[in-house]
Design a protein around this ligand. Structure first.
Ligand code: SF4
Ligand code: SF4
Length: 88
């Protein structure tokens, strides 16, 4: 299981500040940050701690089982970001 960020994310990096395993990317100091429409959670590295949820000002982060119906596609979008990174 992993947490998921939806496209309402504003890339303010509040979640990155509290994530204990650095599994939210891209960070501002990483390639692709400017072009990225949102940030993404690594489905393999997230430890489901939930620390990111209360700090998100736009309520854009959900546990996998809590992703609203309208944002189900975000599950794949988060995973695809890391698959693309692995290939590059
Ligand atoms: S649930 Fe924890 S490990 Fe997963 S993205 Fe949020 S802060 Fe990081
Ligand atoms: S705290 Fe919320 S809005 Fe800010 S970068 Fe993280 S997911 Fe996006």
């Amino acid at each position: 299981m992993a947490y998921v960020i939806t496209n309402t994310c504003t890339k303010d990096e509040e979640c990155i500040q509290v994530c204990p395993v650095d599994c939210i990317h891209p960070r501002k100091d990483e390639a692709g940050f400017e072009e990225a429409p949102q940030l993404y959670v690594s489905p393999t590295d997230c430890i489901d701690c939930g620390a990111c949820i209360p700090v998100c000002p736009t309520n854009s982060i959900f546990a996998l089982e809590d992703v609203p119906a309208d944002y189900q596609s975000s599950i794949e979008v988060n995973a695809q970001y890391y698959l693309a990174q692995a290939k590059s």
